[in-house]
Design a binder for this molecule. Structure first.
Ligand SMILES: Cc1ncc(C[n+]2csc(CCOP(=O)(O)OP(=O)(O)O)c2C)c(N)n1
Ligand SMILES: [Mg+2]
Length: 692
């Protein structure tokens, strides 16, 4: 190995840079007394090669649209990312895409690895550190998200590239460990990527045979390479993770491959260079210890007592590599884009808007308005009509379903909508197959690429997608999750298909906007609200069965949806003695009960509450005007777990909801059995008012 003091040649600088990544990682974990040193030590040569020799990424502009993407799916090895972001002097950008004029990750951040406010947190966090392409840590999410990035690139290239104008021609590199290969989401995503022939996607598998409990032979003995061959990937192997020439060669093979994604099996040694910890599970997630660090640095030819050392010339070496290559690539692209703008001003304007997560002019023209109709229309139907308008108004709005398009009504049926496949990358209908979890992550990958995606399945299967929904919220991405069959409306399918606790569980995710509209016009208003979100994901919860379309000349306008909850029907003079609060299919139950109560001289009010989250963000004054604090007689009605409704009905109120699973029966019988009928509401209202 090359001693620090004797460096001269560029080969020496390769090794010196690699060892800088290794020792920064070891020192940071030791200082934090927590973290994962072993994998950064093993993968430093790989990450070095990708970044300094291959990737087209300009550290001066980490959000340049045509940059290559790097995803660290084994997010516990975050020190790899903090090291290269620091050594490349990648610049910080804020949420409004403004360059802040300072480094994204400083050496001081690395010294404060895993500490409060450090830009070197435990795992890569998209919204927190510039240069991180996606949040990772839950294993498998990163690789699955990379599939969305690869789909996005194909779609973007098809729409915007023109002869002589390869505006979008980037590649996506994802690094993953055994965990990402074991997790189901990784397999779902690999299967989808193979089917779609995503040849712009390269996964590098850190084949170190080690996970937390020890050698992978205790639980994971399949032939991973054979599995990827079966998925239709191009499978390569590099037998020595320290051989950067071979790594670069494999990456070259990837770049030339057409029609298939590439999977590189990289045989590595976790904790490489550590005399006592290499190839052990201890190297995975524990600091090496001061003495072992000393011995390892000695093995690297590093000054044994130096800490957080970046030797002379290392920053410059990255500057000469990725810095120069990235700056040139971006400058060439910028010139290309200006010429493109002159020739294709409309397309260029679209790209500009999309990059800022803005909507095109006229994005909401022709949205449907549904006339009053007691029989009404299903939430999913109203959604389908709305989606079909939005997709025509917004070029980069696209989506699909996990094989339930005909049921979810998410199919785009207008002429020219098309279906995204390997040979038809213009399609706006995506087909995720029955892979909800990968669908969620793929949607996030699309949103990270600045497209505006939606994905659908039955509400019950939000459980199969939940980790990706949570990450969308953590990343502050405007991903749209559409769910239909929101309660007992699918009756005969029974309790396996009837969501109960799902609303409560999604409402508990910080930052997520959950909306359960009460009629067709509320569905439209829900979309109008959601589409304007730039940094928040939304969940739309829709009925399978028809819901009466309320007469908005008699009741309040559906635009109240934008406030989360609003007074839909009131007592004359607005001085209610009882408040009925409902969402979704229970809004019309509340309205029926209200009419009966009013007819009996009871001063009732109906509050339609499609979204707790939006309502919570209104002023106290508004919230009090909807739910006056002096009215204690309150009834919430919702075909879902009662969990949490106390906050709106108070100690003296009541909740008509679910405390058990549902049952298999026709809808009407279920509504009777579980008490979602106007008569029950009126009876409870009178009981609360002491007029029973
Ligand atoms: C979904 C999920 N389950 C469990 C964990 C906890 N965890 C973090 S790292 C790890 C072991 C990962 O092994 P591998 O991917 O081989 O990484 P290596 O130790 O080789 O770097 C586990 C179980 C996690 N982060 N995500
Ligand atoms: Mg491993």
């Amino acid at each position: 190995m090359t001693p620090v003091t004797e460096t001269t040649t560029s080969t020496d600088f390769d090794q010196l840079s690699i060892n800088t990544i290794r020792t920064l990682s070891m020192d940071a974990v030791q200082q934090a007394k927590s973290g994962h040193p072993g994998t950064p030590m093993a993968l430093a040569p790989l990450v070095y090669t990708i970044w300094n020799r291959v990737m087209r990424f300009d550290p001066q502009d980490p959000i340049w649209p045509n940059r290559d993407r790097f995803v660290l799916s084994n997010g516990h090895a975050s020190m790899l990312l903090w090291s290269v972001l620091h050594l490349t002097r990648t610049q910080a950008v804020n949420a409004d895409y403004e360059k802040l004029g300072h480094a994204s990750v400083t050496l001081d951040d690395i010294r404060r690895f895993r500490q409060l406010d450090s830009k070197a947190p435990g795992h890569p966090e998209y919204h927190w550190v510039s240069g991180v392409e996606t949040t990772t840590g839950p294993l498998g999410q990163g690789v699955a998200t990379s599939v969305g990035m690869a789909i996005a690139k194909k779609w973007l290239a098809n729409r915007y590239n023109r002869p002589g104008f390869p505006i979008f021609d980037y590649k996506i590199y994802a690094v993953a460990g055994d965990g990402c290969m074991m997790e189901g989401i990784g397999s779902e995503a690999a299967s989808l990527a193979g089917h779609l022939g995503l040849d712009n996607l390269c996964w590098i598998y850190d084949n170190n045979h080690i996970t937390i409990e020890g050698n992978t032979k205790i639980a994971f003995t399949e032939d991973v390479a054979a599995r990827f061959l079966a998925y239709g990937w191009n499978v390569l192997r590099v037998g020595d993770a320290n051989d950067i020439e071979r790594i670069e060669h494999a990456l070259d093979v990837f770049k030339k491959e057409t029609g298939r994604p590439t999977f590189i099996v990289l045989d590595s040694h976790i904790g490489y260079g550590s005399p006592h910890k290499q190839d052990t599970a201890e190297a995975h997630g524990e600091p090496l210890g001061d003495e072992e660090i000393r011995l390892t640095k000695r093995a690297y030819g590093w000054p044994e007592d130096a800490k957080f050392l970046v030797p002379d010339g290392v920053y410059e070496h990255f500057e000469d590599g990725i810095g120069t290559r990235g700056a040139n690539a971006r400058q060439e692209w910028s010139q290309l884009f200006e010429a493109y703008r002159a020739q294709y001003p409309e397309l260029a304007a679209e790209i500009d808007q999309m990059q800022r997560r803005e909507l095109p002019n006229g994005w909401d023209r022709n949205l449907p308005v549904f006339p009053a109709d007691p029989k009404g229309i299903a939430g999913r139907e109203a959604s389908g009509k709305t989606l079909n308008i939005l997709a025509q108004n917004i070029p980069w709005f696209l989506g699909g379903s996990a094989d339930l398009g005909p049921s979810n009504k998410t199919l785009l049926t207008y002429e020219g909508a098309g279906h995204f496949q390997a040979n038809s990358p213009a399609g706006k209908n995506l087909h995720f197959g029955i892979r909800e979890h990968a669908m969620g992550a793929t949607l996030n990958g699309l949103a990270l690429s600045k497209l505006r995606p939606y994905g659908a399945t039955f509400f019950i299967f939000s459980d199969y997608e939940r980790p990706a929904i949570r990450l969308a919220s953590l990343m502050e991405l405007p991903t749209i999750f559409v769910f239909t069959h929101d309660a007992m409306g699918d009756g005969e399918d029974g309790p396996t298909h009837q969501p109960v606790e799902h609303l409560a569980s999604l409402r508990a995710i910080p930052g997520l906007v959950t909306l359960r509209p009460g009629d067709a016009n509320e569905v439209v208003e829900a979309y109008r609200y959601i589409m304007q979100l730039r940094h928040q994901p939304a969940v739309l919860v829709l009925s399978r069965q028809p819901l009466p379309t309320l007469d908005r000349t008699k009741y309040a306008a559906a635009t109240g949806v934008s406030r989360g909850a609003y007074v839909l029907a009131d007592t004359p003079g607005g001085d209610p003695e009882v408040i009925l609060i409902g969402s979704g299919s229970e809004v019309s139950v509340a309205v029926d009960a209200h009419e009966k109560l009013v007819a009996e001289g009871i001063r009732s009010r109906v509050v339609s509450m499609p979204s707790w989250d939006i309502f919570e963000h209104q002023t106290q004054q508004y919230r009090d005007s909807v739910l006056p604090p002096n009215v204690a007689a309150r009834i919430a009605i919702e075909q879902a777990s009662t969990f949490g409704w106390e906050r709106y009905v108070g100690a003296k109120g009541r909740v008509i909801g679910m405390t058990t699973f549902g049952a298999s029966a026709p809808l009407k019988e279920l509504q009777r059995k579980f008490g979602f009928e106007p008569a029950r509401v009126t009876a409870i209202a009178k009981e609360l008012l002491g007029r029973g």
